[in-house]
Design a protein around this ligand. Structure first.
Ligand code: PMM
Length: 284
């Protein structure tokens, strides 16, 4: 495949977590048939691609072993790819990435940005697959520890730049590298909001941008009232769609979401507004 899959607007990446314990939908799709069906449902609701993961990155989650991750992920990737779905595999393991690519996955999404497994970058380079480089300082610090930043946008951009350089040095083609600020990963609500306000600076890295805000804690914090607690993850989908519209407007390549329908509408509206703007400029 040359470069990246592309759409004429911000793409919608639907999430299928084949895990018993994911942050926002853990346990719901923890068998192959249910997971494949869920992925197909997401596509019929408007997802352009589906991200399949078998390992939770929830704070405090323990790592699954390789055999179990393969068992969870590969049949779901194969099932969706055989139905013509564009699949990304959410994994920190080279072996899982390789097997998923062989089973039909089109890209690799690594929340450690290639840091967790030294074989990851060469494996993706050999396969010629696109690679999502996510920022997660906590991974290096041994878990999802609370990040301390002086200027979160500058530091995340600089650290992502360093990861991109490492990925390019490892042989992944520049037109196959996607960047992601890693909302919620060693970042608190203020950090996530600052990063969303500074998406143009992440885009300044010169790579397609993936934004994954779906149901995350910062949305709970934003939606909590003075006397009411943050709503649970499943009640953050309207807020997620609002972020999707803003991310699409900012120029994101894709947004990663659990509930696809509202985000699918959001990115289409953002595209239509962009079309009206460029049309109006052309007529001037
Ligand atoms: N977040 C989660 C899982 N995978 N991948 C990328 N690229 N970016 C993210 O922010 C990201 C991810 C955790 O969310 P979930 O467990 O609720 O799906």
């Amino acid at each position: 495949m040359a470069g990246l899959p592309e759409w004429d607007r911000c793409a919608v990446m639907g999430v299928v977590n084949v895990t018993p314990d994911s942050f926002s939908d853990g346990g719901r799709f923890f068998d192959t048939t249910a997971a494949v069906k869920h992925g197909l449902d997401l596509v019929s609701e408007g997802a352009d691609l589906v991200d399949v993961g078998g390992e939770s990155t929830r704070p405090g989650a323990t790592r699954v072993d390789e055999a179990e991750e393969l068992r969870r992920v590969i049949p779901v990737v194969r099932g969706l790819a055989s139905e013509g779905v564009t699949v990304s595999v959410d994994t920190m393991r080279a072996s899982v990435a390789e097997r998923a690519l062989a089973a039909g996955a089109a890209l690799v999404n690594d929340v450690s940005g290639g840091l967790a497994d030294p074989r990851m970058i060469p494996a993706v380079a050999d396969a010629g697959a696109p690679f999502v480089v996510m920022h997660w300082r906590g991974f290096l610090e041994g878990g999802n520890v609370r990040g301390v930043y002086r200027d979160v946008v500058t530091e995340v951009v600089d650290e992502l730049h360093a990861r991109v350089e490492a990925v390019l040095a490892g042989g992944i083609a520049p037109d196959r590298v996607i960047v992601d600020p890693g909302l919620g990963f060693s970042k608190d609500a203020e950090h996530d909001l600052a990063l969303l306000a500074g998406l143009h600076r992440v885009l300044g890295l010169g790579h397609p941008l993936l934004v994954a805000a779906s149901r995350k804690r910062f949305l709970g914090r934003v939606l909590a009232g003075p006397d009411s607690p943050p709503p649970p993850a499943r009640e953050r989908d309207a807020a997620t769609a609002a972020v999707s519209a803003l991310a699409a407007h900012a120029g994101a390549w894709a947004v990663r979401v659990h509930e696809v329908r509202a985000t699918s509408d959001a990115v289409r509206v953002a595209r239509a507004i962009e079309g009206a703007r460029t049309g109006a400029e052309g007529a001037r």
